[in-house]
Design a protein around this ligand. Sequence first.
Ligand code: CS2
Ligand code: MG
Length: 403
Amino acid sequence: MIIRDARVIVTCPGRNFVTLKIETDQGIYGIGDATLNGRELSVASYLTDHVVPVLIGRDAHRIEDIWQYLYRGAYWRRGPVTMTAIAAVDTALWDIKGKAAGLPLYQLLGGRSREGVLVYGHANGADIEQTVETVGRYREAGYRAIRAQSGVPGVKGAYGVGSGAGKIYEPADTALPQETLWSTPAYLRHAPKLFEAIRVAHGEEIELLHDVHHRLTPIEAARLGKALEEYRLFWMEDATPAENQEAFRLIRQHTTTPLAVGEIFNSIHDCRTLIQEQLIDFIRTTVVHAGGITHLRRIADLAGLYQVRTGSHGATDLSPVCMGAALHFDTWVPNFGIQEYMAHAPETDEVFPHDYRFEDGYLKVGDTPGHGVDIDEALAAKYPYNPKQLPVARLEDGTLWHW
Ligand code: CS2
Ligand code: MG
């Protein structure tokens, strides 16, 4: 089955998405998500200018060989732009293989390991009271696991608290990055109070998660992990930046709060030390940013050896195409932990028709061949690209900080 054509579709139904569509000589096509939030056009160009020309004429069934060709063949390995582009090709080819076989993607990976994929939703609030209330709404909607974030007194624009009912809070309203404030002392005083209030209001059963968004030093992260132990988090996410993987040794020595990291990782090498030294409990690499199904499977298999479970990133800047592929992966992967799920805006769902559905705290994939997500190109064309940037954070004295 020969690749006859491939093209990139950039659209903004609620937020920006980049999608690769690969067509074969047998009339079967596949699609892959290529969205890198705030850097969308760099991946679009990487694909259009450098990848598409070398895809035409290749056998669409040779997923592994094409992956190696794009990874090794480029000479310049790894990095978010390269790995997102490779992921888009890989996802589209798995989609094609599934359609050609007449099988849903999870069947090609080894079949079903579970009936549904446990997901966590996002409960945000301007203050503790509001977050406690939002957690209640998620519980009523059937969620069994909920990530809780709240505004920090005196800290304007703290991570995870924004407009749009918590659905779109990352991109700034202008083309220039929004500048937010960060105060570690204020946050460290506040976070334990948030989880105390949630446990008092909602009891022990609900699983709670929290995202620190790379803001702390290792020793501060250790302190927070310790302070949160009594509230029994499912995980504390991105407690400190992990370019230096060894930093997690220090956190680990001090706390039994489970640790998750990896949404910005793009290769197995970014998490090798963390996994092999059992410094984390959950690896958050995802289909679109970590080289597609082919590479994510290698990461998960390595993690499985060390009882590290998966917990893929699933914010709304990852398109429904990534979500569909991720859910097939999650349905199969033996060492599954949890899947992040922020429902997309209705206009996004219309552009990307899909067969996955939320039921009683779980997402369930359908049996459509491939990954079960499509793109309505005519509708996508009605939503032109709208340049947006992720915010930046500064300390009170003006120092640029981690966002
Ligand atoms: C976050 C994301 O979902 C998460 O855990 O860290 O919202 C992240 O900030 C965005 O996906 C960045 O594009
Ligand atoms: Mg995160």
